[in-house]
Design a protein around this ligand. Structure first.
Ligand code: GAL
Length: 431
């Protein structure tokens, strides 16, 4: 006997089944998203200035759009020394963050500790080897496996200039060191602080790095700071670079002690000072202050370094964690970092250029486009050099020893350039 139940048409039954599946799937997805949202991905970074914080916010928002919770582990302190100290404490306690802003040879040192997570699955599926210059992808690998994701290419050998200050003294952006000091004299006479700097060893070190590149050139720079050649470190060209560097001090102000880099940038933004030697994270500060490149301020390579490019690539290394859900979040983060969308929005805010090759730079300003052109030219001509002052070359021990020599030489007016050069050679042997 046929059932007394009203029989549904076959079509109606199919529609109801489809609706039930769809509702079930939606419920599962919602549950998944809700679960993901409970999954915290803790990220250590040191981007705390105006421009930096805005850039970090981009990453936070994009990760949360993927359904994860960003746990911010921000440690202030330009160039990251404080952040690295905090990271060591957490790793020794067996409680590392999911990801940390680590770059250069320090990635190898963390790899040696056996605490880094391979992200080869992401890198291979997205063909990172094709997306990245080899000189950069090799830094992100430990024993051939990706353990870090790069986010940008910062250029360090920049000189930032307040356009009105330059107009006021009827000068052109200085291309040589003679031009630079002539312009600095005119600015000083006009009552404008010629050079803004913060009295922190990393700021002195990076200023010296740019001077050394401009005075000695890329080959000299590589021999001295990459190969750590003793004769080059204490030779006549290094002495000349140190003398040029020290001469800059006579054009800086007495209020520099302890000044953070972005405060020095603020002096150029307001016109209190005319120039600053700083990597292009400084551009992030001009951007936040609504200043326009080429109008309110100028970006020019450090005198004498026009044909060279000092690169500083920020990257995030990933730590092994117990929770597979967090590991999934780490892989999602790694994939985000090299996505075209993140690469564009983040670098527009950060002042750097995308590390992902082949990106459309039409939304980027004149400084960024010049940086990209100079990066490509420097790659071709072998004048692309890693920034030793920003952790891209030497071990932290050697870099720290260089910081100390340069900082002491800047501060102690009685020390000769030759004495400092001899100390650089000794510092290179630190282990
Ligand atoms: C660099 C870092 C930049 C910026 C700068 C100032 O080492 O790569 O992203 O943070 O320090 O803190």
């Amino acid at each position: 006997m046929k059932s007394q139940q009203p029989t549904l048409s076959r079509h109606r039954a199919r529609t109801l089944r489809k609706t039930a599946y769809a509702l079930g799937a939606a419920a599962l997805l919602a549950a998944g998203a809700a679960r993901a949202a409970e999954v915290q991905v803790e990220v250590l970074h040191y981007w705390t200035s105006g421009g930096e914080a805005k850039s970090a916010q981009v990453l936070k928002q994009m990760l949360e759009q993927k359904g994860y919770t960003w746990k911010d582990f921000a440690v202030a302190g330009g160039a990251g020394a404080n952040a690295m100290t905090a990271l060591k404490t957490r790793v020794i306690a067996g409680n590392p963050p999911a990801a940390a802003q680590i770059k250069g040879p320090a990635i190898q040192e963390w790899g040696d500790e056996g605490v880094l997570l391979s992200i080869d699955d992401v890198a291979k599926s997205e063909d990172w080897d094709k997306l990245l210059p080899t000189q950069i992808s090799s830094i992100m690998k430990y024993k051939g496996h990706y353990v870090a994701a790069p986010v940008n290419v910062h250029r360090v050998n920049w000189l930032w200039i307040n356009a009105d200050a330059l107009k006021q003294v009827h000068a052109q952006p200085p291309a040589s060191w003679d031009d630079f000091f002539k312009t600095a004299d005119l600015l000083q006479k006009a009552g404008i602080i010629p050079v803004a700097i913060g009295g922190q060893s990393w700021q002195q070190a990076e200023t010296f790095e740019t001077v050394a590149l401009g005075v000695g050139g890329a080959d000299f720079y590589k021999k001295a700071f990459v190969q750590l050649d003793q004769a080059t470190l204490k030779g006549p060209t290094m002495v000349k670079a140190l003398e040029t560097f020290k001469k800059i001090k006579t054009y800086t102000d007495k209020g520099q002690t302890g000044r953070d880099w972005n405060m020095a940038t603020g002096m150029v933004i307001t016109g209190k000072a005319a120039m600053q030697f700083m990597g292009d994270w400084a551009k992030g500060e001009f951007t936040v202050a609504n200043k326009v490149a080429g109008q309110d301020y100028l970006c020019v390579p450090g005198p004498g370094s026009q044909n060279a490019f000092t690169f500083n690539v920020d990257s995030f290394a990933f730590f092994k964690v117990k929770d597979p859900a967090v590991e999934k979040g780490q892989k999602t983060l790694a994939s985000l970092l090299l996505s075209p969308q993140f690469q564009e929005v983040f670098n527009l805010n950060k002042g750097s250029i995308p590390v992902r090759q082949g990106m459309d730079l039409s939304k980027f300003d004149a400084c960024a486009r010049k940086s990209a052109a100079d990066f490509s030219s420097a790659q071709t001509h072998g004048t692309l050099v890693p920034s030793w002052a920003h952790d891209m070359v030497d071990t932290p021990a050697v870099e720290g020893a260089f910081y100390d020599v340069i900082g002491n030489y800047w501060t102690d007016d009685s020390e000769t350039a030759q004495d400092a050069a001899n100390k650089l050679a000794n510092a290179a042997k630190t282990n």
